[in-house]
Design a binder for this molecule. Structure first.
Ligand code: GAP
Length: 508
């Protein structure tokens, strides 16, 4: 098994064992691509949500929040283009009977070529050491040049085919690139067909007058249809933003890689309304802001990369993905999209209601342009876990599994441990716990030897443990142990909150 695949499997089982994520309806053998969050998972998820919400709403005076309903008028999805265009091209392998996304098969083929280039670069780096110049190497090494040309050609053709909705062309490209089914190894493919990803259901109690409605595939439309309500009631002038967190649903053709691609998931989206013509400037601004948000969590820079879209969604004039290097490769966690006035104009046309903004300075009315930031909460959760998971061999030869979760979002900030269960230590530890639990999320644990209790806290990523011992009864001091360094210091009980707060509430 490849090393990264092995790590990914370990992360999935760690998530279950320590109450982060469970398969949905597990006693009925689960439901494909649907997951439930356990006690530690829900804390981590809430903390990521809060971090995003604060960075959008609390740190920006001109961004306000919204919580729109999941169900929306069916015409919303006609106007937004989702009924006609929110489709993925699917293809079946006739031998394995496995279903794939045709675009993903081609993207994976491109990734393999990129992998070949990376291998050449790695080899050359090793050979030339400090003198190695990647740019020159890319421009002069024939194998790299050939593979890069192949990638560029495929990308260009692929973008044209997708933009022209040319399904026959996609099928021909798959044949031409000799892409085989990873399961059967055969190239015995069906034609490519389009598949709409929206779930639909019935609203109304009688089948006669019940109407079909959709489960929203993105939260953004709730913002668009409310934009004038919000603008008027919060008296915002352009540029201003509306942020929202909520569930979205997509009937993904191939749902795999744990919580990376789910059928029910959560999005954190912000639509920033700007003057037409200013959108490129704000697109750059939000790209940089969002990268800073990720890096402020302490995830290393080289774990992220930006990917500009060649094939644009039906609503965008510029778009990029912020990709994180998961154990299964660099994949999108967040999108930044310049959505033009596509959505507001479409809703204006379909609803017959004016959605124009009146500019009091120029006395003009117009439909604003929109720059969107859209991040998957579950994907961010997975990125944080993947970045945090460590297996370490300690000086004494023992092993520990530790989640080095950024303290700001760690599920439990501090655990209080009486050294033994006697001599009044549990009572003293409880007293500390009862005091401190109002400041941040704490746990109390008195079961098992102290070493095992530290390991349990390491496994769920608790940044601090304090131990109450006999000296505590004499001078009101405790030992505080830091998760990553495992260093222990003696501190006064009255200083616990300040020390922990400094670590868990850094200024961004
Ligand atoms: N409103 C724009 C929009 O929805 P998107 O790129 O389709 O854009 C935005 O989705 C983000 O939502 C993605 O970057 C990803 O993090 C998350 N996302 C999309 N589909 C997902 C799925 N099936 N499971 C988990 N997260 C998903």
């Amino acid at each position: 098994m490849a090393k990264n695949e092995d790590i990914f499997k370990k992360i999935i089982s760690h998530c279950k064992e320590y109450g982060f994520v469970y398969p949905s309806s597990e006693i009925y053998d689960g439901l494909a691509a649907v997951y439930d969050y356990g006690p530690n998972g829900v804390e981590l998820k809430n903390n990521i949500r809060d971090y995003w919400w604060k960075s959008m709403i609390q740190h920006h005076e001109n961004i306000v929040g919204l919580d729109a309903a999941i169900f929306m008028h069916p015409t919303v999805w006609k106007a937004s283009g989702h009924v006609d265009a929110f489709k993925d091209p699917l293809i079946d392998n006739k031998d394995s009977k496995k279903r794939y996304r045709a675009d993903v098969l081609i993207e994976e083929h491109i990734s393999k070529l990129e992998e070949k280039i990376n291998k050449e670069i790695k080899k050359a780096k090793k050979r030339f050491g400090e003198k190695f110049d990647e740019k020159t190497f890319r421009e002069t090494n024939q194998r790299v040049i050939d593979n890069q040309k192949k990638i560029d050609d495929i990308n260009k053709r692929f973008a044209d085919l997708i933009n022209n909705n040319d399904l026959q062309g996609l099928r021909s490209l798959i044949d031409e690139l000799q892409i085989a089914c990873p399961v059967s190894g055969s190239r015995n493919w069906t034609d490519v067909r389009q598949f709409n990803l929206m779930f639909s259901t019935q609203m109304g109690s009688l089948s006669d007058d019940a109407s079909s409605i959709y489960l929203r595939p993105e939260t953004a439309q709730g913002i668009f249809v409310n934009y004038l309500n919000v603008q008027k009631t919060s008296r915002k002038k352009l540029p201003f933003g509306i942020a929202q967190i909520g569930k979205a649903f997509r009937n993904e053709i191939v749902a795999r890689q744990f919580i990376f691609r789910m059928r029910e998931f959560e999005q954190m989206e912000m639509q920033y309304f700007v003057k037409p013509g200013d959108e490129k400037e704000w697109y750059e601004y939000w790209k940089n802001q969002r990268v800073r948000w990720h890096l402020a969590l302490g995830i290393p820079n080289d774990k992220f990369r930006l990917h500009d879209h060649d094939k644009l969604a039906h609503y965008a004039n510029a778009a990029l993905d912020i990709e994180y290097e998961f154990p299964f490769g660099f994949k999108e966690v967040e999108g930044v999209h310049s959505r033009t006035d596509y959505d507001l104009s479409a809703h204006q046309n379909f609803s017959g209601k004016k959605l124009q903004y009146y500019d009091p300075d120029t006395r003009e009315s117009f439909v604003p342009y929109v720059v969107e930031t859209s991040i998957g909460l579950d994907r961010m959760f997975l990125a944080i876990l993947a970045n945090s998971y460590c297996e370490e061999t300690l000086e004494d030869g023992s092993q520990r599994t530790v989640l080095k979760i950024p303290p700001l979002v760690a599920p439990i900030k501090l655990t209080v441990l009486p050294l033994t269960k006697k001599d009044g230590l549990p009572e003293k530890a409880r007293e500390i716990m009862d005091n401190i639990k109002y400041d941040f999320m704490c746990q109390y644990d008195e079961k098992d030897a102290i070493g095992r209790r530290y390991r349990r806290q390491d496994a769920i990523g608790t940044p601090y443990c304090i131990t109450v011992d006999h000296q505590t009864l004499e001078d009101n001091s405790v030992t505080i142990r830091e998760r990553d360094s495992m260093q222990q210091d003696r501190i006064k009980i009255e200083n616990i909150s300040e020390i922990v707060n400094k670590k868990i509430n850094p200024r961004l």
